[in-house]
Each structure stands twice: as structure tokens, then as C-alpha cells.
Design a protein around this ligand. Structure first.
Ligand code: APR
Length: 181
């Protein structure tokens, strides 16, 4: 399923983020940038050690990455040329600014992709694994944040959401259907 906002297509697929043939994939990282489980572990396993080396250099230069911020590295051995690392919020019930941080994680990542001159970027469902964000709420925040930025005009041709389960894809589809183009 897909919908167009401004000049950019937003597409939803069920699959593995590390196998996407796009200019950049976004990593749902943690502030240490030293890797973890979930999609973070999968990206470092598939992409090889070059990504971790760059992450360490970034942390040495600017310190750990606060939630809602993003940085970019090489894609190592991934099909994608770049990995954009962002940190989503840990879910604490929704009253601790989680939505604002999640929204910032998506919009900062898109800003970096645009600044790098990229044409396509693929996101996982940030924060809905280890960080416990309820997927229906996360899907609404994620898609609204992306749509808002794209409606304002973007050089990106495609923003892809790669959902790891068919159930998550169905949830994102419902949220995308409700969103005005
Ligand atoms: N492709 C696409 N999606 C994936 C993949 C993959 N290969 N592997 C896992 N996912 C999905 C999960 O099913 C979940 O829906 O990514 C979503 C996000 O889950 P997490 O990876 O756990 O990310 P998050 O909830 O943001 O937690 C971040 O987990 O791995 C650590 O270092 C990371 O500490 C950080 C925390």
C-alpha cells in the first residue's frame, strides 16, 4: 500500500529492513550507539564492523545521542549506502513526552536524508519493540510526522516503512488510510 504526500510516496512493506534496496535505512538505536538487539542488532550483523567504528567515532566527538536526535554513517555491507541512527523514546505510559520524541526521531532522520542528497529512505517501527511503545499509537505518530514534513516539500522520492510482522503492517495500513494526502 502507498500514499503520496507532496512529491513523495510513502510505502508500507512487510519484510527485513536490512535487505532494502534504498539509499538509507534508519536504525532504531539507543543513545550509546554501540548496538543492541532487535533491528539495531540486525543492522550491525548484516552491515559489518564499519558501521560500529563510525558510531564510536561519532560518540567520541559529540557524546551519546539523545532521544529524538539522529546521526548518519556508512551502510557498510548493506544494500543501503547510509544508515541513519536515531533514538526513539522508551514508553512510560504516554504522559512523558513520548510522542514528541518519536515525532522528532522521524523528522530529524528525514532531515538528514535530505541533507545527504538521498532519494529513498526506509524506516523500521521505531520504539515498538524493546522500548514498548504501543504499535497503533506509534504508527499514527510516525505517519503524521512523516506526512507533515513531506507535505511541506521534500526532494525524497520514497519513504518506506518496513514492518517486521504482517500484524504490524496491518496496523500501519490502517493508520495510513486515515491520513489525508
Ligand atoms: N527489519 C525490520 N524490523 C525489525 C527487524 C528487521 N530486521 N528486526 C526487528 N524489527 C522490528 C521489531 O519487530 C519492532 O517492531 O523493529 C521494531 C523496533 O523494535 P526494536 O528493534 O526493539 O527497537 P526499539 O523498540 O526502538 O528499541 C530500541 O532496542 O535493540 C535495542 O539498541 C536498541 O536499545 C535499543 C532498543
Amino acid at each position: 500500500m502507498e500514499k503520496t504526500f507532496g512529491n513523495t510516496r510513502v510505502t508500507l512493506v512487510h519484510g527485513d529492513l536490512t535487505r532494502q534496496d534504498v539509499d538509507a535505512v534508519v536504525n532504531a538505536a539507543n543513545s550509546s550507539l554501540l548496538g543492541g538487539g532487535g533491528v539495531d542488532g540486525a543492522i550491525h550483523r548484516a552491515g559489518g564492523p564499519a558501521i560500529l567504528e563510525e558510531c564510536k567515532a561519532i560518540v567520541a566527538r559529540q557524546g551519546s545521542l539523545p532521544p529524538g536526535r539522529a546521526v548518519v554513517t556508512t551502510g557498510g555491507r548493506l544494500p543501503a549506502r547510509r544508515v541513519i541512527h536515531t533514538v526513539g523514546p522508551v514508553w512510560h505510559g504516554g504522559a512523558r513526552g513520548e510522542a514528541g520524541v518519536l515525532r522528532s526521531a522521524y523528522q530529524e532522520s528525514l532531515g538528514l536524508a535530505e541533507a545527504e542528497g538521498l532519494r529513498s529512505v526506509a524506516f523500521p517501527s521505531i520504539s515498538t519493540g524493546a522500548y514498548g511503545y504501543p504499535v497503533a499509537e506509534a504508527a499514527r505518530v510516525a505517519l503524521e510526522a512523516v506526512a507533515e514534513r513531506l507535505r511541506a516539500g521534500s526532494p525524497l522520492a520514497e519513504v518506506r516503512f518496513v514492518l517486521h510482522t504482517a500484524a504490524d503492517r496491518a496496523v500501519y495500513e490502517e493508520a495510513l488510510e486515515k491520513l489525508p494526502a
